[in-house]
Design a protein. Sequence first.
Length: 363
Amino acid sequence: MVKVLHVLSAVNGGGIESMLLTYYKRMDRDKVAFDLVAHKEHGTLLAKEFERLGSKIFYITGQRVSLKQNRKELKELLKNNQYDVIHFHHGILSLGVGIAKKYNPKAKIVVHSHSTYEPSKIVRLLKPLIKFYILRKADCYCACGIKAGEYLFGEKLVKSKKVYIINNAINTDKFKFSTEYRDAIRTKFQIQENELVVGVVARMNFSKNPEFIIELAKGLKIKGVKFKLLWVGDGELKQSIEEQVASNNLQDYVYFAGACKNANEFYSAFDVFILPSRYEGLGISAIESQQNGCPTLLSDKVPMEANISSNCETLPLDVERWVNMICSVNDTLKRQDNSKEIIEHGFDIDVESKKLTDFYINL
């Protein structure tokens, strides 16, 4: 059995941990075993599901809280637990690779790029140095898509096939359209039949462009559209977003569902799904929405790899254009089945989970 330790920030329902859970449920756990280490300051929404599958979860201090304490706790963890593979999901901030190399010397070190953006000015300035360090310490480079791979590892390495693309695959059955889910969600939030539901499934952080989303709600209200904006997700900007909603008198139009284990059910309740991100490694929610058959609008900052069906449009970040596009949506509920496109583009979990199992065994 190959023992893999995933080093990430949280087990709270975000994209990375959700992707790992989706994979692990479908992998042969007699061949590959996952443990996780996450920052103790963040939530634990998915922890019990991982534990039910046999995973151990270790909690350490976050890098941004105390880099010194983070390093100390990671060192102790790796001194006391040996792994065959240590898989870092912090991208450019995967600074623990040196400690992993020192205290688990037999382990293969994997660095995974999930994004296309430096989190701070300091990181942007130090990126060449950090990149050099990571490339020297890691044994294998992974990314969720071409753009994310090029951002961290460089175009040359991606073109030479030295960056392994692990698609953010989904359970296609889980995201199929359901009238039962649609009725249940819309009833729960008291949404009228003639109201257009604009859906968001995203963490409340800078990358998801929350200010733009609120501007869209303002634009729809000014146009006199009967709508509800239903936001599934949580995050560090939640209070700020709620204040923006209140200051613009949008309380009757914007509903917050919070972080949910049943986020898949909400796509059926939406009439249009929006992802106006400032940047994305891929945008897994866009794939989920298209599998549901829901009309999907993406910003031009979302990699084109996420636009895989005829019910998806990519737009520049112009509020008026987005408002007009949302208003033009005609959701007849005769949603197209995009399962073929999902499989062809490598997003079917039944196919991709076997590939990931082989990846760890071969590594």
